[in-house]
Design a protein around this ligand. Structure first.
Ligand code: SF4
Length: 200
């Protein structure tokens, strides 16, 4: 800094002082141009980590389709394909369905696997009536869909849909386990589209 000496006093140059002050102000201005940090920024991070927005329908349908408890109606040979589906190779428990119930009151899905005779029809209807709401039915195999090769018999019901409402049909005589698993996936897709407003 330039210093002048006048009458025994040391005088700082006005020009020099102004210049230095100007430089300090410019430096301060330059360092103050950054945007101020948002004091509520932590709130956004908390929300992103801990809050999930969804609808009641989505949660309810997810829970229902992921924990179907089947009761099985096994009157004929399609039953063996269902048993295979439940065994380790095809592993129905991957879909949350391994809890196969002996009581219709603890079940919400009926899988019909086999030929139904008129003599058995009232019992099947009664089992269906005793199941918990909401409930669904998968008709497995040609006999369950239409009576199959026995459709013209005097004693055979030409399809479970004559007795109870059927949601998904799985064709075949018998259908392979992959076909039944595909039918179960369709059933789950159907459940995912339900709304509690239309249920009431
Ligand atoms: S569809 Fe075929 S395999 Fe299934 S119950 Fe009827 S006859 Fe038997």
């Amino acid at each position: 800094m330039e210093i002048e000496e006048r009458a025994g006093l040391y005088i700082y140059s006005d020009t020099q002082l102004d210049k230095e002050e100007g430089e300090r102000i410019e430096a301060l201005k330059a360092s103050s141009q950054q945007p101020l940090p948002d004091p509520d920024r932590w709130l956004d991070e908390e929300l992103r980590r801990h809050i999930l927005l969804t609808s009641v329908d989505a949660v309810l349908n997810w829970a229902r389709r992921s924990s179907l408890w089947p009761v099985v109606c096994f009157p004929a040979c399609c039953a063996f394909e269902f048993i295979t589906t439940a065994a380790s190779r095809f592993d129905i428990s991957r879909f949350g369905m391994e809890v196969i119930r002996g009581s219709p009151r603890q079940a919400d899905l009926m899988i019909t696997a086999g030929t139904l005779t008129w003599k058995m029809a009232p019992q099947v209807r009664r089992i269906y009536d005793q199941m918990a709401e909401p409930k669904w039915v998968i008709a497995m195999g040609a006999c369950a869909i239409s009576g199959g090769i026995f459709a013209s018999s005097y004693s055979v019901v030409p399809g479970y849909s004559r007795i109870i409402p059927v949601d998904v049909y799985v064709p075949g005589c018998p259908p392979r386990p992959e076909a039944l698993l595909y039918g179960i996936k369709l059933m789950q897709d159907k459940i995912a589209k339900r709304s509690i407003i239309t249920e009431v």
